[in-house]
Design a protein. Structure first.
Lengths: 330, 177
């Protein structure tokens, strides 16, 4: 099979590759987790640690020291490993979450901050906050290593990957744009103008949309993925940071307002402003329970919100300066 | 000549744009002080939108709008530079005032994207406690900061500014002015 030569064999190979790709793209990836999230994996930036929070007992179950001001986080598709950026350590740490220890460190230049993992596994993308590039890290023989760069806009921050792994969406904070990137070609294919200083970016693949929080514009840009165009704006509180989606609603952390703005995904109208802790940053939704978890940087806590009642449910104390910028529930 | 002016303007614009990014790690610090005066009286001075004279180094307050929850004010400093603040929250019932520093020279205060929250709690009828929490990024915007503008020294300088300001507030209120 591997030794096959000639046009017919090549065509058959291409056909096989194409059908594999098609099959891969049809797999439900992000929603594969059918059980409620058990743990939140929180980068505790000022405490130089990653904390694994048991969501049932509402306590920190494991604390893993990670120096270099850990900020961004992504999880492997099997959710056993965490990839954590260390902007002041200039690199990335790989954590075995069950063992509760750092298994590898990958040095990176610039200011590694935003991070996302290919849902199919094997590839991790890291944004250089001080530059105009993404780093592409590829796993070979179980070790993650820098494999190349992709040119994007200024101060790339949040990264989102389509469920089939083929397309990346990057919020470029200083360029006021979102880059659309062909992951295979490692090339920017479109630039979408959005609001002022987009930071977090979140995909709704089923609806064909992306949402990015415009930090100094005090609003959220709604992007249609098919036309690669901004189709709406949602007003938020001051300094919106990251968007999470649950129960047909969007939820945005407002860093300066100490609140989360909830909005309707159909009408794009705000529904409520929910008070949380001081300087809320990362936010993630558990689709199974409709719960949202918000990292309160100033108050050293996770605030839990019910997406349907729009009320806070509880508060979980964590270490100093939680960021949890990325995908942090498992 | 005109070309040079345009080029200079373009360069200034470029600098202004690139200068907006900040360090990757927001810092936090807090200071508090006990004042021998009732809480309402202390809050009135601390949150006086038209007079920020108790903040260390401030020689003049000029307001652009009257709403301490969202207007801007320009404070002239001893150095001759200005500090521009925007009101964030003003809740007299909770004795809470929140403000942001939009613009300050790092030589005057090595901080970017500074936000401060001041609360006044009664300690009996005649005493009160002022708490001031702050969040900010270090003075140096870019990677690998010089020592004087790194996280540690920026934090030290911001903390000292807040501490001195609170002492000024205490002196002003207790003097009864």
């Amino acid at each position: 099979m591997i030794r096959a030569r000639g046009p017919a064999a090549r065509a058959a190979g291409l056909l096989l590759a194409a059908s594999l790709l098609l099959a891969a793209s049809l797999l439900p990836v992000a929603s594969a987790r059918a059980e409620p999230a058990r743990e939140a994996v929180v980068t505790v930036q000022l405490g130089n640690a990653v904390e694994v929070v048991d969501l049932a007992t509402r306590t920190v179950a494991r604390r893993i020291p990670v120096d270099g001001a850990p900020a961004g986080i992504a999880l492997s598709p099997d959710r056993r490993r965490a990839y954590v950026t260390r902007p002041e350590g200039h690199g990335l740490a790989v954590i075995d979450l069950d063992a509760g220890r750092v298994t590898a460190e990958v040095p990176l230049p610039g200011g590694p901050l935003g991070i996302a993992a290919d849902p199919r596994g094997g590839t991790v993308y890291v944004a250089d906050w001080y530059g105009t590039r993404l780093f592409v890290l590829v796993e070979r023989d179980g070790a993650l290593a820098l494999d190349g760069e992709i040119a994007v806009g200024a101060s790339p921050s949040g990264i989102a990957v389509s469920p089939d792994g083929a397309t990346l969406y990057v919020a470029n904070r200083e360029a006021d744009t979102v880059s659309v990137v062909d992951a295979r070609a490692r090339r920017e294919t479109a630039v979408i103008p959005v609001g002022q200083h987009p930071f977090g970016i979140t995909l709704d693949p089923a609806a064909g949309r992306a949402y990015t929080a415009n930090v100094t514009g005090d609003d959220v840009s709604v992007i249609d993925l098919t036309t690669a165009r901004e189709i709406g704006r949602v007003p938020t509180g001051r300094r919106p940071y990251v968007v999470a989606l649950a129960a047909g609603r969007g939820f945005v952390t407002n860093q300066y307002a100490n609140s989360v703005t909830a909005f309707d995904l159909a009408t794009l109208k705000p529904l409520a402003e929910i008070e949380v802790g001081d300087h809320p940053e990362g936010i993630a939704a558990d689709p199974e329970t409709g719960r949202l978890y918000v990292a309160d940087w100033g108050d050293n806590a996770l605030t839990v919100i019910d997406a349907r009642t729009l009320k806070t449910v509880s508060e979980i104390p964590v270490g100093n300066g939680p960021r949890a910028f990325g995908d942090f529930l498992r | 000549m005109k070309k040079i002016t345009l080029a200079t303007a373009a360069m200034a614009a470029l600098v202004a744009v690139t200068a907006q990014a900040h360090g990757p790690t927001r810092r936090k610090t807090a200071e508090s002080i006990e004042i021998n005066a009732p809480a309402d009286k202390v809050f009135k001075v601390a949150a006086d939108w038209k007079d920020a004279g108790w903040m260390q180094g401030v020689t003049k307050t000029e307001t652009q709008g009257d709403d301490p929850a969202k207007s801007k004010r320009t404070l002239t400093l001893k150095s001759g530079n200005t500090m521009v603040q925007t009101g964030g929250k003003y809740k007299p019932d909770d004795r809470l005032f929140m403000f942001y520093i939009d613009k300050v020279d790092v030589k005057d205060l090595p901080a970017n994207d500074y936000s401060g929250t001041i609360t006044v709690e009664p300690q009996g009828d005649a005493k009160s406690k002022v708490e001031w929490k702050a969040a900010f990024y270090r003075g140096y915007m870019n990677n690998d900061p010089p020592a004087e503008l790194n996280d540690e020294n920026s934090e030290k300088a911001v903390k000292a500014w807040m501490k001195q300001s609170l002492e000024n507030l205490k002196a002003k209120v207790e003097k009864g002015s």
